[in-house]
Design a protein around this ligand. Structure first.
Ligand code: F6R
Length: 608
């Protein structure tokens, strides 16, 4: 969480910093702030509002060197005093993303040395630590390296000094940071989207790297303090891909981008005549031949994708599969089977719990790792032996949408490839699945055409405080995902249950004020689901059913049926997700919440 931008240039960098922060606001939006260096002084401007408010406060601010920050609060409430950057002794300013675990101990020590703390943050200790070294005449680079050596925890930082008007220091460990290379100007940022406005040439810093950035160049040092070379990548991101365009919100845009995102993710497969393990990496064939089970680790929406995959993997590929919440797995004592493939799923590739779960799995003896991720150079991708990149493009809305459906597409490919390798996929079945995958983007587009009807339906939820989602089998995780989407952006309390579980407790909640949303594909469990829906109707519950055309479920008193255009077999969970995303979106509009930036949340959860 939190976003950082820094710039050193021959022009006023304030517009660059503000534009960068706007792009990074998805990472946290509790407060925003910047520091510029001017005439040997640090000028700090902060705001507890959004970046737009910071912009208004900085109309008279300018400078050729600066750092900026958008915050997701961890230590200390959102307030101006806790907003970054933090300053030590009027000399050193630091913007930080991450958590310093030993900050209390450092704070006590620094206080004893005479430093006074102006905030409740863990970050301020970094500023004072760097200052304590800098004041002894050490260079800014050396002082930062010395301070970092004392920190326990995760950080990406940007550092400037009042008397050093052409130098910026960046460092990362556990949180992302990259360098943007321009002509006689250089930048740092938490992600590439923040710098597209000024350059496409990006250098991804590695764990433990520290970079000294000047007008004319930069020097990178690795965790051991040795000079290091890192390749310059030309970013494939376009400005268009991170702009809102014709849409009202990023979430709406990203829901609509799903047909293209699915087509992009499936491109290599759909253009070929057969499925090959190579799409997961050069070592995939050998690894897949050596495994006898799968363990999926992920959080939130990505975990729901894993839960769908479990049904596919066991049924189609015949491989035992467990799915665990990453934050639980990392602290659980578990039994290691070295023939397990550990699959981590993450949109961002920087979720702290997922990353820690992967590291934990490796540390206890798991050998085979695969990540499914939307960010190519992310920590998770780099830490995994095998990888499959979803090609959803940047996802900016905090609620994950296109990342989820493309994760499902990638997991379905994994299932088919494992099934094929195990002799469980006939040539005919392979061709049929390939045909269905090629058709998937068009099928997703057809579901999007339900948007006006769903917008109408959403009005029924305007005065509701609770909702129950039901699904069975493959679609139970889709019910979970529908409930998560609704709760996080509309703040309606929503629960999801496997429909067969209703009678074991949750049915007690059902009355006319409890809307019940059912995911009803025409699959083997349809008749069972229908019986469960009768149980709801019999208790006066209002039903909202997303039903395939051939389910013979019709609208009637207390039953609102939304007809899905077609039944997609195994791929049905992907299609059934889309109307639930739209429902959450339009209910949030009814409620007037901040759709793209729901309260208390952030896009990348880089803290525990
Ligand atoms: C919900 C949502 C979160 C994320 C979770 C994991 O809409 O977006 O639940 O899915 O924080 O994030 P990633 O996928 O980046 O690891």
């Amino acid at each position: 969480m939190c976003g950082i931008v820094g710039a050193v240039a021959q022009r006023n960098v304030v517009p660059v910093l503000l534009q960068g922060l706007l792009r990074l606001e998805y990472r946290g939006y509790d407060s925003a702030g910047l520091v510029v260096v001017n005439h040997n002084q640090l000028e700090r401007v902060v705001s507890t509002g959004r970046v737009a408010e910071l912009s208004e406060k900085t109309i008279h601010t300018s400078g050729h060197l600066g750092i900026a920050h958008t915050r997701w609060a961890t230590h200390g409430v959102p307030s101006e005093r806790n907003a970054h950057p933090h300053i030590s002794s009027g000399q050193i300013a630091v913007a930080h993303n991450g958590i310093i675990e030993n900050y209390e101990e450092l704070r006590t020590r620094l206080s004893a040395q005479g430093y006074t703390f102006a905030s409740d943050t863990d970050t301020e200790v970094i500023a004072h630590l760097i200052h304590s070294h800098y004041a002894r005449g050490i260079s800014l680079l050396g002082a930062t390296q010395a301070a970092l050596a004392e920190l326990v925890g995760a950080y990406a930082i940007g550092v400037v000094a009042a008397d050093n008007p052409q130098q910026l220091i960046g460092a990362r460990k556990g949180s992302p940071l990259l360098l943007g290379v321009g002509e006689i100007e250089h930048f740092i940022a938490s992600d590439a989207s923040a710098l597209l406005q000024v350059t496409k040439n990006m250098v991804y810093l590695e764990e433990g790297d520290v970079v000294e950035v000047g007008l004319h160049g930069y020097r990178i040092f690795n965790a051991q303090g040795e000079a290091a070379q890192r390749p310059v990548h030309v970013s494939e991101l376009t400005n268009e891909s991170v702009e809102l365009g014709e849409y009202r919100h990023y979430m709406q845009k990203e829901i609509h981008e799903q047909p293209q995102a699915l087509a992009n993710t499936l491109e290599s497969v759909c253009n070929s005549q057969s499925l090959i393990p190579g799409i997961f990496g050069a070592e995939a064939a050998a690894t897949f031949a050596d495994i006898d089970s799968i363990l999926i680790l992920a959080c939130g929406t990505s975990n729901h994708a894993g839960q769908v995959a479990r049904y596919w993997l066991e049924e189609i590929a015949g491989i035992p599969c467990n799915v665990e919440i990453a934050s639980e797995y990392r602290y659980r004592v578990s039994v290691v089977n070295p023939k397990t493939l550990v699959v981590t799923i993450s949109q961002s590739g920087e979720t702290a719990d997922t990353m820690a779960a992967l590291n934990h799995a490796k540390s206890i003896g798991h050998l085979h790792t695969l990540s499914i991720c939307n960010v190519p150079e992310s920590a998770l991708v780099r830490a995994s032996k095998l990888r499959m990149l979803t090609r959803a493009g940047p996802e900016i809305g905090v609620a994950s949408t296109k990342a989820f459906t493309t994760q499902l597409a990638a997991l379905f490919l994994l299932t088919l490839i494992l099934a094929k390798q195990r002799g469980r996929l006939s040539q005919e079945a392979e061709q049929k699945h390939l045909h269905d995958l090629r058709h998937l983007p068009a099928a997703a587009q057809a579901v999007l055409n339900l948007e006006p009807q769903i917008a109408e339906l959403a009005k029924h939820f305007a005065d509701k405080h609770h909702a129950l989602f039901l699904g069975r089998g493959l679609h139970y995780p889709i019910a979970l995902e529908g409930a998560l989407k609704l709760k996080e952006i509309s703040y309606i309390h929503a629960e999801a249950y496997p429909a067969g579980e209703l009678k074991h407790g949750p049915l007690a909640l059902v009355d006319q004020d409890m809307p019940v949303i059912a995911v009803a594909p025409n699959d083997a469990l349809l008749e069972k689901l229908k019986s469960n829906l009768q149980e709801v109707r019999a208790r006066g519950g209002e039903l909202y059913v997303f039903a395939d055309a051939d389910t013979r479920i019709h609208s009637s008193d207390g039953v609102h049926r939304m007809q899905m255009p077609e039944h997609a077999g195994y791929l049905s969970p992907i299609l059934h997700t889309i109307p639930l995303q739209l429902l959450a979106y339009y209910v949030a509009l009814q409620k007037g919440t901040d759709v793209d930036k729901p309260r208390n949340l952030a896009k990348s959860v880089t803290v525990e």
